[in-house]
Structure formats: C-alpha cells, structure tokens
Write a protein that binds this ligand. Structure first.
Ligand code: SAM
Ligand code: SF4
Ligand code: SF4
Length: 334
C-alpha cells in the first residue's frame, strides 16, 4: 500500500513528470526561442543526464510514495535514444496506474508502434496549428504539419486512442485556427486541449497581452458545449463535451489557476526535482541516486522535499513574479 505524502497545503503527491532530455528539434518561440537556444547554447552534457536505470529507480520510489501517473516529456522525449526501453522499464513498476508521454509528434510516425509495444498507455501530441505556414513559423524549424499528422495516424494505428492534442494559443499568432482544430479533433478519437500561453522560464519574453484567456478561447470555439465535471482530483483542464461526443478542455493556468489541486512533481533531465513549473531551483536527486544504493535515503529525501512544499505560483502571479528567475520548460519538462 503506497504512502500518502502531503505538502504544507495538504496536497498529495500523485503525478511525476520526467524530462528525459533538454534538447529539441523544434524552436517553438514560447519555449526555446532560437536566439537563446541557438549555436553555443550550453545543453546538458551526456554525463549530466540521468540514465534510464537512474530514472527507473527514482520513479519506483515515487510510486511507493503515492505517485500513480508518470508522464515522459522534455525537450523532445523521442530524441532520446532507445526511449522505448525506458518506457518498458517504467511500465513494469508495480502500482503505477498510468504511463504517458508528451511529444511534438515529429518522430512519432516511426516510433508509435514501438512505444505501444513497450507498454506506453497514452500519448499527448502538441500541435499549435493545422495551417502549414503558421505551424512552421511557430515551431521555427520549418517543420511541416503534414509530418505531425502522419505521426498522429501512426499513433491511432498503433492503438493509442483517445490521443490528447495540446494547442498553445498565442495572441495574434494562431488563435484564428481554433475552429479548424475543433472541426478536426473535436469528435471521437481525440481529446483536444487549448493551453493559455504561460510565463514559464525567462527567455520567451512573455507578456500578459500575448495570452488569449480561456473565456475568449471558449467563445472562439463557437459551438454548443456542455461543461463536464473534473475527471479526477487535481484535474487542470476546464472540460467540455462537444455536440458529436468528443471532449475539449481549456488549461487556464493564467486566468483560472489550479494550484489548490496541484499534485505534480517534476524530475528534470539533470536529476533536479522541481515542485512547481515556475520554480527557480530544484533539489538535487542525481547526487543522491549516484552516491547511495540505499532507496530509503532517496525516499526520505523526496518525502521531506514534498512535505515542505508550499508552491502556488499561478495563484500569486504578478508583474514582479513574471521576471523572477525560473527554470526553463525545456529543462524541467512541460
Ligand atoms: N517537446 C514536447 C512537446 O512539445 O510536446 C514535450 C515538451 S513541451 C515543453 C510540453 C508542452 O509544453 C507542450 O505541449 C508545449 O506546447 C507546452 N509549452 C511549452 N512552452 C509553453 C508556454 N510558454 N506556455 C504554455 N505551454 C507551453
Ligand atoms: Fe521543443 Fe516542445 Fe519546447 Fe516546442 S514546446 S521547443 S517542441 S520542447
Ligand atoms: Fe502547480 Fe506551480 Fe502550476 Fe500552481 S503554478 S499549478 S503549484 S505547477
């Protein structure tokens, strides 16, 4: 029977996001702007990144502390060589109820079946526009939308359904594409999520005026929707049922913060544990995992980090917090 570890606001530890690499083949301007993450950017050296065995060992300890769901992310997780081997190791952890992965979809066509066979249960694909020119501009790598759509087809063929689709909405960039996304993904087979653009990290030049608030996203969907209750405690999305039986959600971290129900820890690619997406510093688990073979020390360390957690950044966001030092999304995992 797993432990119930709670923080200072009585929030249990239920979810773990694991960033497996800080590298990416896209340069989405809201995440890894090219002028910062260009040639000469100091990505993590290979030796600084947790091995699959180290990740699995830490994950097992998290599950014994009450974590039920693990999401693999990055950077782009499908860039990590042999990622299906990590999926298989994590899928075998007793007590883990849900294992999923978030990807930009660029390498999905060739990986979907392998991931499924390795035991991946669900998948989320980020897709900001169906319009090729807008999509290429947003990923800033001139990557064609058709290749992501081919990845989605491969994922459906491999048995991933429903597939979650994440669209980050940016003012003046892609909000016109909301209705087309609803037409394409608002029926069965997909769960469409619109995400308010967030002030993660310090490099994307975030401004409140770039955010399209949930209320406006809802209006732009322009079709009758029925509000759904949260599907689990700590659900981050405002959920709706579409006329043809599909599901749409809006993740409104800026205009409807959900810190009260936040049960999520983040393990960065370098083994730092972050207790909030907007944290400036993490807690070093890499040294611990490399220097001791004793899992009880890891367990006590994670338990005490979580027990002292008081994060509620989004509920306290101000012009001043936006500028405070924060870890980058590509390092700690979205
Ligand atoms: N590379 C993978 C991908 O794009 O799906 C996984 C990592 S990415 C950091 C995870 C999610 O974070 C993506 O859905 C992405 O759109 C979202 N994201 C990145 N920067 C964001 C920002 N500033 N505001 C809101 N969402 C953001
Ligand atoms: Fe890469 Fe994902 Fe960040 Fe885009 S959002 S730059 S795909 S890590
Ligand atoms: Fe959780 Fe931090 Fe986001 Fe609040 S701001 S929901 S505490 S990750």
């Amino acid at each position: 029977m797993p432990d119930t570890t709670t923080d200072t606001l009585a929030r249990p530890l239920r979810d773990l996001r694991v960033s497996v690499t800080d590298r990416c083949n896209f340069r989405c301007r809201y995440c890894m702007p090219r002028e910062v993450f260009g040639h000469g950017y100091d990505f993590l050296p290979r030796a600084g990144i947790l091995s699959f065995e180290e990740i699995t060992r830490i994950a097992r300890v998290f599950v014994s502390l009450g974590v039920e769901k693990i999401r693999l992310t990055g950077g782009e997780p499908l860039l990590r060589r042999d990622i299906a081997r990590l999926v298989a190791q994590l899928a075998a952890i007793p007590g883990l109820r849900d294992l999923t992965l978030t990807t930009n979809g660029s390498l999905l066509a060739k990986n979907a079946r392998l991931l499924r066979q390795a035991g991946l249960r669900r998948i989320t694909v980020s897709l900001d526009s169906l319009d090729d020119a807008t999509f290429r501009a947003m990923n800033d790598a001139d990557f064609p939308v058709a290749d992501v759509l081919a990845g989605l087809d491969a994922a459906l063929d491999a048995g991933f359904a429903p597939i979650k689709i994440n669209m980050v909405v940016r003012r003046g960039v892609n909000e016109d594409g909301i209705p087309a996304m609803v037409r394409r993904f608002g029926g069965g087979g997909f769960i469409l999520r619109f995400i308010e653009y967030m002030d993660v990290g310090n490099t994307n030049g975030w401004r409140m005026s770039d955010v399209v608030p949930a209320a406006e996203i809802r209006e732009r969907i322009a079709e009758p929707l029925t509000r759904l209750p949260p599907s689990y405690d700590g659900e981050t999305a405002l959920r709706y049922r579409t006329g043809d039986g599909g599901e749409i959600g809006i993740i409104a971290s800026v205009t409807h913060p959900f810190c009260r129900g936040c049960t999520r820890a983040r393990l960065a690619a370098d083994g730092q544990l972050y207790t909030c997406l907007f944290a400036g510093t993490g807690h070093d688990l890499r040294t611990l995992v490399r220097e001791t073979a004793d899992d009880s020390m890891l367990l006590e360390s994670i338990r005490s980090i979580w027990a002292t957690r008081s994060d509620r950044y989004s509920e306290r966001r101000t012009a001043a917090t936006v500028r405070q030092p924060k870890a980058e999304m590509s390092l700690l995992g979205g």
